[in-house]
Design a binder for this molecule. Structure first.
Ligand code: ATP
Ligand code: MG
Length: 223
């Protein structure tokens, strides 16, 4: 589907709710560019910049990276794609970040993955990540073709340092206190679309159908 108007979307959900997997499917099916705050942070950490070290300290403790740092990084990346339609994953995570995004762009749709915390805890401990691309696998329901290896590059998969039980608990806590208010923020703007479930493979068809409808209507309005 070609788009006749720039479309801007955000995907939200607790850590491990499947944002990465659903984003990957969205960009395969729709002409949106993908930006993931977690992937950008991990790239900074890998480059061992001073900022990267500060970020790693926050992330490994299950805390959020400060709002000003985060907003600056993401907005500067978005500015580079001013003429494209995009999907942002992992940002905004606080109301302050949502306001910073709002000052720069109007968001057309917020896809909210609503997955119970109990499901998430089990899931994160069986998650394997291809760090350079951010591709994620799950040994239970979305295994790689070859165990321990990325399907696309054949490179090794790793478990993230912040996917340990204690850190997962802290990440869920910061999600509740800092990120859940962002859902309310978008709900009041009338752009929040919530998808509830425990399995990505069952949630995905609903997201796909929703975006098909949404983007067709965007095109009709642009025509
Ligand atoms: P998943 O990737 O499974 O959805 P997640 O959402 O917890 O899990 P990432 O989005 O990869 O993981 O983010 C990892 C960590 O990076 C977060 O726990 C947080 O410390 C930091 N981080 C990512 N995005 C932001 C943000 N917008 N603001 C502040 N910190 C962030
Ligand atoms: Mg992620």
């Amino acid at each position: 589907m070609a788009l006749h108007k720039i479309f801007r979307a955000v995907i939200m959900g607790p850590p491990g709710s499947g944002k990465g997997t659903v984003s990957e499917r969205i960009i395969k099916s729709f002409p949106l560019k993908h930006i993931s705050s977690g992937d950008i942070l991990r790239a900074n950490i890998k480059a061992q910049t001073e900022l990267g070290l500060l970020m790693k300290a926050c992330i490994d403790q299950g805390q959020l990276v400060p709002d000003d740092v985060m907003s600056r990084i993401i907005l500067s990346d978005l500015r580079k794609m001013d003429q494209s339609s995009w999907l942002v994953d992992g940002f905004p995570r606080t109301v302050c970040q949502a306001e910073a995004l709002d000052d720069a762009y109007s968001v057309d749709t917020v896809i909210n993955l609503d997955v119970p915390f109990q499901t998430i805890k089990q899931r994160l401990t069986s998650r394997w990540t291809h760090l350079p691309s951010g591709r994620v696998y799950n040994t239970d329901f979305n295994p790689p073709k070859v165990q321990g290896m990325d399907d696309v590059t054949g490179e090794p998969l790793v478990q993230r340092d912040d996917d340990t039980p204690g850190t997962v608990t802290r990440r869920l806590k910061s999600y509740e206190t800092q990120t859940e208010p962002v859902l309310e923020y978008y709900r009041s703007k009338g752009v929040l679309e919530t998808f509830t479930g425990t399995e990505t493979n069952k949630i995905w068809p609903h997201v796909e159908a929703f975006l098909n409808r949404k983007l067709s209507s965007v095109n009709r309005k642009a025509a």
